[in-house]
Ligand binder design. Structure first.
Ligand code: FES
Ligand SMILES: [Fe+2]
Length: 383
């Protein structure tokens, strides 16, 4: 499908470089959408929690005593202190370190030190943690900062029907890598949905793909893409085994849940690709790769020693994390590695757009997803 009528860049250069534009996106765009938090297995036991920033909302998602997932604003009801950081297990209660106000896993305030003497007549029932919304789908957990947000299913719409036969809940995590990319989050998403660069930047690294037969379609605000393999190519000789229930000639499916949560599916792996805005010119990309359980029987490549870790890797773990990491002395454009090529391209585009003389020209037919995506951004952040 193409969008010939709008086959041009819609966002101004400012949208990629301006801190003011970035602040407006945090409030008007990210703060009004669902964000990926983690996988259900991050919340196995009561008290397991993960913090997530959703626009200007700092949230904590946790597993409660009854086995349900809950999301709260990560701010104490005494004087507003952030309650938790990162991820872990809080045990059976949440206690603010500052003056030890204590909440149960349902967010109710249950303990105030020196209550009778310092807060006579306090009504604790009005001082529970402020709730946010949480949803689970296909083993993935999402949160929304606004308690009256519409249902998650309505936001997904017909998106689930566009995915491949992959069942992430029957796969195992083999790599968890957090990347630092010195580029605006939209450059990273636009690189993910740009079908034109596949022919050029990834000519060798994605050489098994038949780019001429790639196709994409919008689904609500979201975007789905499929690229078949060239005739005769299958993926059964690679490091990871073909996933049970997925044809060995599956090719690649790439999907974006607006604004910035992406999925990527092949015959041998399935991954979440979460683009996290940090600053106008800086993003973190959290990539969690799952594979058929038989992948754990395969010998993994060794990890590079810490001093050989490339600068764009913030953290990496998992039995096959090394497949996503090349030693740092390889030039990205000679690496034959899709991720390195993409990181390099995104950072180079950011650097070019930050130049005072930057101006954006026409788009190709294979870049038609870009104006579609940019239209959604503009609907929230007026130029
Ligand atoms: S701010 Fe949390 S207990 Fe005082
Ligand atoms: Fe790419």
């Amino acid at each position: 499908m193409s969008m010939q009528s709008e086959l041009r860049q819609l966002l101004p250069v400012e949208a990629y470089v301006s801190p003011d534009w970035f602040r407006r996106e945090q409030a008007e765009l990210f703060g009004k959408h669902w964000a990926f938090v983690g996988m259900a297995e991050d919340f196995m036991r009561a008290g397991d929690y993960r913090c997530v920033q959703v626009g200007r909302h700092s949230l904590v998602v946790l597993r409660d005593k009854e086995g349900g997932l809950r999301a709260f604003h990560n701010s104490c009801r005494h004087r507003g202190t952030r309650l938790l950081e990162g991820s872990g297990n809080v045990g059976s209660v949440l206690t603010c370190f500052y003056h030890n106000w204590t909440y149960d896993l349902a967010g109710r305030l249950i303990g105030v030190p020196q209550e009778r003497e310092q807060f006579p007549g306090l009504d604790k029932s009005c001082l529970g943690l402020r709730p946010a919304k949480v949803a689970a789908w296909k083993g993935m957990v999402f949160a929304h900062g606004e308690p009256d947000a519409g249902p998650f299913e309505a936001w997904l719409g017909a998106f689930p029907q566009k995915l491949g036969p992959h069942d992430p809940e029957r796969m195992v995590e083999v790599a968890d890598v957090l990347y630092r990319v010195r580029a605006n989050w939209k450059i990273v998403v636009e690189n993910f949905i740009d079908g034109y660069h596949l022919f050029h930047l990834h000519k060798h690294s994605l050489g098994d793909g038949d780019f001429t037969r790639q196709r994409w379609e919008p689904t609500g605000r979201h975007w789905t893409f499929y690229r078949p393999l060239k005739e005769g190519v299958t993926h059964d000789k690679l490091l990871l085994p073909v996933i049970a229930g997925v044809p060995s000639n599956f090719g690649a499916g790439a999907y974006v849940l607006f604004p910035s949560f992406c999925l990527y599916e092949t015959a041998t792996y399935w991954l979440t690709f979460n683009v996290i805005p940090v600053e106008a010119g800086l993003s973190h990309v959290h990539v969690r790769t799952r594979a058929d359980p038989r992948a754990l029987e395969r010998q993994a490549l060794p990890m590079p020693p810490p001093d050989q870790m490339p600068a764009h890797i913030i953290a990496a773990k998992g039995p096959h994390a090394s497949m996503r990491i090349l030693p740092k002395d390889v030039h990205p454009l000679e690496s034959n590695n899709v991720t390195l090529e993409d990181v390099y391209a995104c950072e180079a585009m950011q650097a070019g757009l930050e130049s005072a003389g930057a101006a954006i020209g026409p788009l190709s037919r294979h870049e038609s997803p870009l104006p579609f995506f940019q239209r959604q951004v503009l609907d929230h952040v007026a130029a």
